[in-house]
Design a protein around this ligand. Structure first.
Ligand SMILES: [Ca+2]
Length: 359
């Protein structure tokens, strides 16, 4: 048995003392299990477990903050942006025991606007949040392609496995069907192939022949010929491992006068172009991609709050610390300073707390 699984099993009986329903305990146990098993990639979180964590004390602080006349938003921010998702869930359980009501509903009633969006986002796991954001981007008439592309083209196999499971639980529908049903043509084919999580896992063996074959195939399917064989691009870019593709794009330059990103811009247009570019940028440096998205969201007066909120909430327990480093390295100013200049009020305080430090 894997060490982390053993840890979870060993600690299962300790959950009994929290007085939860059997179902809630089993769900929590399974949640921890997948969390620990799914951790293939290293993480660089800005939100880390509070070492002196006391869920009952936190729940009491939240209850008082909600009851305070005019609502004490600062306390809600201080507590919930400085705890991990697992700790926030513990707080929600403790809150429900003492207040005899659901903490998320109570927060909904007490908060409003952008702060409410951030705090309710934090009450979801990363996979639940991604699933909800995908759902929101495709529901109703029309599609928010920009959001859909950002999420679908940047998540890993392991992340997709979790998102698909959670999507089915939350919405009783298949993510694959919803994503391909709401888009069309080559874009639908590309997004579907990504959601299906067909990508090979990284191998310790470097296959130089295959690197060369793929580089030439990408060139022959695009820049070399009239029109573009999009099917070929989709299969290579959705089925090969990320380290393999990084070498393919290096090799690609020996065939094509344009690098892969320039080739994409020449060959395809619109949402398909955006999707391929997002993919290639994420293969090369995913945290730089998010840093650039954040910079774009805050380049003019005010901020594109939707993008800003989504990246801060969805990456704070994944790789926000590294995104911060890339942001500072490429944009001169720190992410912290940039958020401070482009947002205000409680929303700003919540985001700065998630950012958790200047660079
Ligand atoms: Ca062409």
């Amino acid at each position: 048995m894997d060490g982390s699984v053993w840890y979870a099993v060993r600690n299962f009986p300790s959950m009994l003392s929290h007085g939860k329903s059997r179902m809630a305990m089993v769900q929590e146990f399974l949640g921890q299990l997948t969390l620990q098993l799914g951790g293939g990639e290293p993480t660089y979180p800005t939100v880390v477990p509070e070492p002196n964590f006391d869920p009952d004390k936190d729940a009491a602080r939240i209850e008082t903050a909600i009851k305070t006349k005019g609502v004490d938003e600062q306390t809600i921010i201080d507590v919930l942006t400085k705890r991990t998702y697992n700790q926030r869930r513990e707080i929600a359980f403790a809150f429900e025991r003492r207040a005899k009501k659901d903490m998320i509903s109570a927060l909904k009633g007490a908060l409003s606007g952008s702060l409410e969006t951030v705090i309710l986002g934090l009450m979801k796991s990363t996979a639940q949040y991604d699933a909800s954001e995908i759902k929101a981007s495709i529901k109703g008439l029309g599609t928010d392609e920009e959001s859909l592309i950002e999420i679908v083209c940047s998540r890993s196999n392991a992340e997709f496995m979790e998102i698909k499971k959670v999507y089915k639980e939350l919405f009783k529908k298949d993510l694959e069907k919803d994503v391909s049903g709401d888009t069309s043509g080559d874009l639908a084919k590309l997004l579907l192939a990504l959601v299906e999580a067909r990508r090979a896992e990284p191998s310790s063996v470097v296959d130089n022949q295959k690197i060369d074959d793929d580089a030439r195939a990408l060139y022959e399917a695009g820049v070399k010929r009239k029109g573009t064989d999009v099917k070929c691009w989709i299969s290579i870019m959705t089925e090969r491992s990320v380290p393999h593709l990084q070498k393919v794009f290096e090799r690609y330059k020996s065939y094509s006068p344009y690098d892969m990103q320039e080739s994409i811009r020449k060959e395809v247009k619109g949402d398909l172009e955006k999707s391929f570019l997002t993919l290639v940028q994420c293969f090369e440096n995913k945290q730089l991609y998010f840093a650039n998205r954040l910079q774009d969201a805050m380049k003019s007066k005010g901020a594109k709050e939707k993008v800003l909120t989504r990246i801060m909430v969805s990456r704070c327990e994944v790789d926000l610390k590294k995104i911060r480093q890339e942001f500072k390295a490429h944009h001169g100013k720190s992410l912290y300073q940039t958020i401070a200049e482009h947002t205000k009020g409680d929303y700003q305080r919540a985001l700065l707390s998630l950012c958790s430090g200047d660079d």
